[in-house]
Design a protein around this ligand. Structure first.
Ligand SMILES: Nc1ncnc2c1ncn2[C@@H]1O[C@H](COP(=O)(O)OP(=O)(O)OP(=O)(O)O)[C@@H](O)[C@H]1O
Length: 343
């Protein structure tokens, strides 16, 4: 059931599923002279998940908060679709933009349902509609509404609270979702699970998302594209994870993505038919070889080979039939395109 109202006081933009974001020569200089963000221009397509990453203090959070006007840009334009947000009413604007932060900031004396219903309540939705929407959203983030809806924030784990934060941000069907280190307060195992669930959720809701993180693995895992910033909000590279790792655009990016980028590249490179050796005559691999589906990452294939102590894996097509063999040696000798920066 989709209980999002056809129209509400948020105006026509709320009927649009997702909006593109354009930053046009955006600058933020603080009164003390600090230039947090120089003239930054970039575009995020509607429905795209873009990750902002860079060293501490490079201006990631400032960029994010200028989009919902928690921080006023000094100059430049920010567009949501065709609308210049620097001219919009900031309070109205923030109701159309979901915002998720590290420690969630749930209201401690309100139930989980009430927390999720915060923005719909501000928008004047009816009680029953808010209730239904809160239930729908809790379901969507993997929390049973009957169990969790009546609870209070302190009765949830960190990971569960983080999910509520995401549900709350999505409640009024925002056109854009901004996320500032949304998963960094939870332990690595819960974080991995949250990331996985979040990707599933995004496949369903297809919002335009800008997410800030310190964690390159998270960026590579979640981002359709990644923006690497250096001090002063300088754009170093804006590219897909595979391009960023394979073709760093500057010495800065190269150093930032680090020496273990070979491993990360395996994680973003799928098993393709050209990497396979033919099956032996008879059409199937020798018994006992581990199996990996075509299209999974070389990193996953290598992990399977190492944990089963095998030299070869049997690769299967979508229907499960074997299509070839992939050797450990082949994975480790992948010839990536020449690296423009050498080494
Ligand atoms: N009110 C302020 N006055 C002066 N400078 C500020 C102010 N707020 C932030 N800054 C500076 O602006 C720069 C960018 O800050 P911002 O919080 O956007 O960085 P960040 O990349 O998100 O950092 P981190 O990864 O550490 O959270 C920093 O150098 C910071 O010190």
């Amino acid at each position: 059931m989709d209980v999002t109202p056809e129209s509400d006081s948020a105006g026509p933009a709320s009927a649009v599923g997702a909006a593109a974001i354009t930053l046009d020569q955006v600058r933020k200089q603080y009164p003390d002279g600090t230039v947090a963000v120089g003239e930054l221009s970039l575009e995020v397509k509607a429905g795209e998940l873009v990750v902002l990453i860079g060293p501490s203090g490079c201006g990631k959070s400032t960029v994010l908060r200028m989009i919902n006007r928690l921080i006023e840009p000094t100059s430049g334009r920010i567009l949501l679709g065709d609308e210049d947000v620097t001219r919009a009413d900031p309070v109205q604007l923030r109701r159309r933009i979901g915002y998720v932060i590290q420690n969630v900031g749930l209201f401690p004396h309100q139930t989980i349902s009430a927390n999720v219903g915060t923005v719909p309540r501000l928008l004047g939705w009816s009680r029953s509609l808010i209730q239904a929407r809160a239930g729908e959203l809790l379901d969507l983030v993997g929390l049973d509404p009957a169990t969790f809806g009546p609870r209070y924030p302190h009765e949830l784990s960190g990971g569960q609270r983080q999910r509520v934060g995401v549900a709350r941000a999505l409640a009024a069907d925002p056109v854009v979702l901004l996320m500032d280190e949304p998963f960094s307060a939870v332990d690595p195992i819960a974080r991995g699970r949250l990331q996985e669930e979040f990707l599933r959720l995004q496949a369903e809701v297809r919002k335009t998302i800008v997410l800030v993180t310190h964690d390159l693995d998270e960026a590579v895992r979640l981002g359709d594209r990644i923006v690497v910033l250096s001090q002063g909000g300088r754009l170093e590279q804006y590219a897909s994870p595979a391009t960023l790792l394979g073709e760093p655009a500057s010495a800065f990016v190269r150093e930032f993505v680090g020496t273990d980028r070979a491993i990360r590249r395996l994680a973003v490179t799928p098993i393709t038919p050209d990497l396979l050796q033919p099956l032996p005559p008879g059409g199937d691999a020798p018994a006992g070889l581990p199996t990996v589906p075509i299209g999974s990452s070389l990193y996953d294939a290598l992990a399977v080979l190492l944990t089963t102590n095998s030299d070869d894996a049997r690769v299967t097509a979508e229907g499960g039939e074997p299509v070839g063999l992939l050797s450990r040696h082949r994975i480790l000798s992948i010839d990536y395109p020449a690296d423009p920066i050498g080494g």
